[in-house]
Ligand binder design. Structure first.
Ligand code: FAD
Ligand code: DHB
Length: 387
């Protein structure tokens, strides 16, 4: 078969790209390794910037987001003894929306057939060929049968472990691994606070988040050596209660875990986001530690730029924007990397840090509590820098 664009990966990046291309009448095919059920059940991001909510609005795919998303005018940075509210609405005029990544992907997948966006789930052994030439193609297998699609361009939206970055080969790569992970739990219990709390406590980092007035999402910092078996649910709830009961409006309510998982933290940028007719977007090209809630939102800004460039090339015969895509995307990526790294350093306990570094964190948070200038800098990064 022949397609104008083949997209590898049906996460937020691939789905948002596919819908934008379809809205411009471009013929594209999305190849996804996992089943639809698996893609729709991966619990990850929760906080959407306006770059993401506006894009869903432009695509006419925000009906459920508008009905069920929780618009947040502020969030909190806390220590053991103080809660600093960052009033993002007053400081920036904008807000963020709490709406789970699972819901975003579900909405995008559900709307795919009516928009003519073909998604092949359970596409095995996806391989990308001849991207340096004029006739790239992608091969995969479907229920054991070999398949091939020839195309004009390939978009690698297959996350950190996918084949697209490997198909680019060696490139300019920057990495920082952190000596801890986040242990997350999702449960059908009311949140302990009306807004998110990111806390740097003597016991380590903790985050109180939510999905709805009846569903909570919590995370705590754990050593990289910890396994899920080390964390029976009661142990985790005890920790959350200890860290949040002095800070939150209401008690931490316990309930059976709908999901529980550990994710390592990493900062990573692969600057070589293009090789010939292959372009990377989202986690395939960069990872941020989740502290700034930036990963999905960066995937959105990448694919806004990439869609514009692919539409100009395919529909209007103007490839110039494709040449500018990596530089344009990287300007925003590095700023989000900086913010996520800064907030991670400010809010976590690093095993190598001593008393001096703790004093520095405390002094910085004390300064933040009294400085509207610093609160504004944090607020404008949290709501998302302009496209
Ligand atoms: P992915 O979501 O990884 O999607 C890639 C897709 O490609 C997947 O469906 C995968 O199955 C598919 N794929 C992989 N290999 C192949 C292959 N060989 N063939 C075909 N398909 C393949 N971000 C935020 O913005 N806000 C938050 O609040 C936030 N919180 C987070 C909390 C946690 C605990 C974690 C882990 C992440 C969080 N993120 C957050 C980050 C966010 O989830 C990611 O940045 C986002 O999923 C990136 O989207 P993507 O489409 O680029 O990649
Ligand atoms: C959530 C995840 C984040 O990484 C974050 O910074 C805020 C909220 C969440 O899953 O709700």
């Amino acid at each position: 078969m022949r397609r104008q664009v083949v997209i590898v990966g049906a996460g937020p990046a691939g789905l948002l790209l596919g819908h934008q291309l379809r809205a411009a009448g471009i013929d594209c095919l999305l190849l996804e390794r996992q089943s639809r059920a698996r893609v729709e059940s991966r619990i990850r991001a929760g906080v959407l910037e306006t770059v993401t909510t506006d894009l869903l609005g432009r695509l006419g795919l925000d009906r459920r987001l508008k009905a069920e998303g929780m618009v947040e005018d502020g969030f909190n940075l806390a220590t053991d003894d103080q809660v600093i509210r960052i009033d993002i609405k007053r400081l920036t005029g904008r807000n963020v929306t709490v709406y789970g990544q699972t819901e975003v992907t579900r909405d995008l997948i559900e709307a795919a057939p009516e928009r003519g966006l073909e998604i092949v789930f359970k596409a095995a052994d996806v391989a990308i060929h001849d991207v340096e030439g004029d006739s790239p193609f992608v091969t995969w297998s479907e229920a054991g049968e070999p398949r091939r699609a020839d195309c004009l361009f390939v978009a690698g939206c297959d996350g950190f472990h996918g084949p697209s970055r490997k198909a680019i080969g060696t490139g300019a790569e920057y990495e920082r691994a952190y000596p801890f992970g986040w242990l997350g739990i999702l449960a059908d219990v009311p949140p302990c606070h009306p807004e998110l709390i990111y806390a740097n406590t003597d016991d380590g980092f903790a985050l109180a988040s939510m999905r709805s007035p009846t569903r909570s999402r919590y995370y705590i910092q754990v050593p990289l050596t910890d396994r899920l078996e080390d964390w029976p649910e009661d142990r985790l709830w005890n920790e959350l209660e200890r860290r949040f009961s002095p800070l939150a409006d209401r008690p931490v309510v316990r309930g059976p875990a709908l999901e529980i998982s550990i994710a390592p933290l990493r900062s990573y940028v692969f600057e070589t986001m293009r090789r010939g007719r292959l372009f990377l977007a989202g986690d395939a090209a960069h990872i941020v530690p989740p502290t700034g809630a930036k990963g999905l939102n960066l995937a959105s800004s990448d694919v806004v730029y990439l869609a514009e460039a692919l539409i100009a090339a395919v529909r209007d015969g103007d490839p110039a924007k494709l040449d500018h895509y990596p530089a344009r995307a990287l300007t925003r990526i590095w700023k989000a990397e900086r913010f996520s790294w800064f907030l991670t350093k400010l809010m976590h306990r690093f095993p190598e840090d001593g008393a001096f570094e703790h004093r520095m964190q405390k002094a910085e948070l004390d300064y933040l509590a009294s400085s509207e200038a610093m609160q504004t800098a944090i607020a404008e990064n949290y709501v998302g820098l302009p496209l």
